[in-house]
Design a protein around this ligand. Structure first.
Ligand code: SF4
Ligand code: SF4
Length: 459
């Protein structure tokens, strides 16, 4: 049985632990060279894709075995190999648990890059997916198309509809909800308010596509909170997509182009810190330097940008101690005033693993008046969104989401709260599929926090 069949049975012949050099001449690589996989299978216990399909090719161990076969010339790049490598959320759970410290996600991404140009993708939806990967979701054709679709497809399209042929992407046609696209992006609507006199910090805001076009309320919540605390918020209007969708697809050149643009834009501002409200953007910004291993000038500039970046919740708690201020301001009776909103917090993989941030959002929620923070079973479980995985493997993504929805339903929340716009998109869909839109709100933690502060009538 061939490994490429994607069957549960894995005909891997016992072998010595290997050191594999994967395409070291790859110009767009993240510079990852070594694979020290000992085939222990520990990654199987955490991989959301493998735990849904139980196919060996869906877990890191199987993918690394294939990359090794390519490396030694036993296997050629093919559409099937490309498909196998695409069946990964790049969530990092395997790298996080691997006792041999195999940098699985970097190897898988490097494999994607290696075959990105050599193997074409299936035609349906290709241009739209390419456009989204290139950071054009925000703009022009896709934005207008998305808004038009939103207006047209406010309910699920019947199977018989000709629109299935015009818009074959399962992302649109199989969804229970079409994401709302803002006609005026946040970066266009934002106006800088310069502090006069006693300015505290100058805070750069990297907005990201999700918060700019889909979840603008998260962006506004951050701005209002920071202004309330007396800081100046700077939102460069010519910032572009962080490049993560292009990167995860193996389109490293596009990812680099976008990174260069963002580095130029933020370098031109005098800033004390750069914050994000989307965990996916934030984790990608933090490793921009690895995109420029062959370009020392940009490598240093990328590292400097990464060093100035913080997730907004981490910044509020670790630098501004906003949770302490809230606790001092509101009595514990006010914080638990009945009836409290039962809130369950979901750890985005790109925040928990990608940035090591788990406590700050919980601390903010615990300090938010009217919020009762709950913990769902299996904290740290992936939601199944993963870069453009939700676009390219929609059905599988929904199966992974369903497991997480069951975790949440066990604690009967009034709100599912998370700090990644990809996860927000996913849970909005999950709540809609369960017909729970009236019962469960899906939002960023800062939205709950800011609305609680805004509702406060005390001086
Ligand atoms: S946990 Fe690490 S060493 Fe073990 S099979 Fe997975 S990638 Fe290989
Ligand atoms: S990154 Fe996540 S989805 Fe991909 S192989 Fe590792 S655990 Fe599985």
């Amino acid at each position: 049985m061939c490994l490429l069949d994607g069957q549960t049975y894995f005909p891997y012949v016992a072998c010595e632990p290997s050191i594999v050099h994967v395409q070291s001449d790859n110009p767009g690589s993240y510079g990852m060279k070594l694979n020290k996989c000992i085939r222990c299978g520990q990654c199987m216990s955490v991989c959301p894709v493998y735990q849904t399909t139980f196919h060996e090719t869906d877990v890191a161990r199987g993918k690394l075995a294939l990359l090794e076969a390519v490396e030694r010339g036993a296997l050629k790049s093919s559409a099937r190999l490309k498909e196998i490598l695409s069946r990964c959320l790049l969530c990092g759970a395997c790298a996080d648990i691997c006792a041999s410290q195999v940098q699985t996600t970097r190897l898988i991404q490097q494999g994607r890059h290696s075959i990105f140009e050599s193997v074409s993708v299936a035609p349906p939806g290709r241009l739209l997916i390419k456009s989204i990967r290139a950071g054009n979701l925000p703009g022009k054709a896709v934005l207008k198309g998305g808004a038009l679709l939103q207006a047209l497809l406010c309910r699920k399209i019947p199977e018989t509809s000709g629109l299935h042929l015009r818009f074959p992407l399962s992302f649109f046609t199989d969804r229970a909800t079409i994401p709302g696209v803002a006609w005026t992006p946040f970066t266009k609507a934002f106006h800088r308010e310069e502090k006069k006199g006693n300015e505290k910090l100058r805070i750069g805001f990297f907005v990201g596509c999700g918060a700019n076009y889909l979840f603008t309320e998260a962006a506004w919540a951050l701005v209002r909170i920071l202004r309330l605390a007396g800081h100046t918020v700077i939102v460069p209007e010519d910032q572009v997509c962080c490049g993560l969708p292009a990167y995860v697809a193996g389109d490293t050149e596009t990812a680099r182009d976008l990174a260069r643009k963002n580095i130029e834009v933020f370098d031109s501002q005098k800033l004390d810190v750069i914050v994000t409200v989307c965990a996916s953007c934030g984790s990608h910004l933090m490793k921009l330097g690895t995109l420029f291993e062959d370009d020392p000038a940009f490598h240093d500039r990328a590292d400097r940008l990464a060093a100035r970046h913080m997730d907004a919740t981490a910044f509020l708690v670790e630098k501004l101690h906003f949770d302490e201020h809230l606790k001092n301001y509101y009595s514990s009776a006010e914080r638990s005033a009945p009836p409290p909103v039962r809130v369950v917090y979901h750890d985005p993989c790109h925040l928990r693993i990608g940035q090591g941030v788990t406590e700050p959002p919980r601390k903010l929620l615990e300090a938010t008046p009217g919020v009762k923070l709950l913990e769902a079973p299996h904290p740290g479980r992936c939601c199944g969104h993963g870069g453009d995985f939700n676009l390219t493997h929609f059905d599988l993504s929904m199966k992974i989401l369903e497991r997480r929805m069951k975790d949440f339903q066990a604690v009967e929340p009034n709100a599912i709260v998370t700090g990644c716009t990809g996860c927000l998109l996913q849970f909005t869909e999950g709540v809609s599929r369960h017909g729970l839109e009236e019962k469960i709100k899906v939002c960023h933690p800062l939205v709950l926090l800011e609305s609680a502060i805004a509702a406060d009538s005390s001086p």
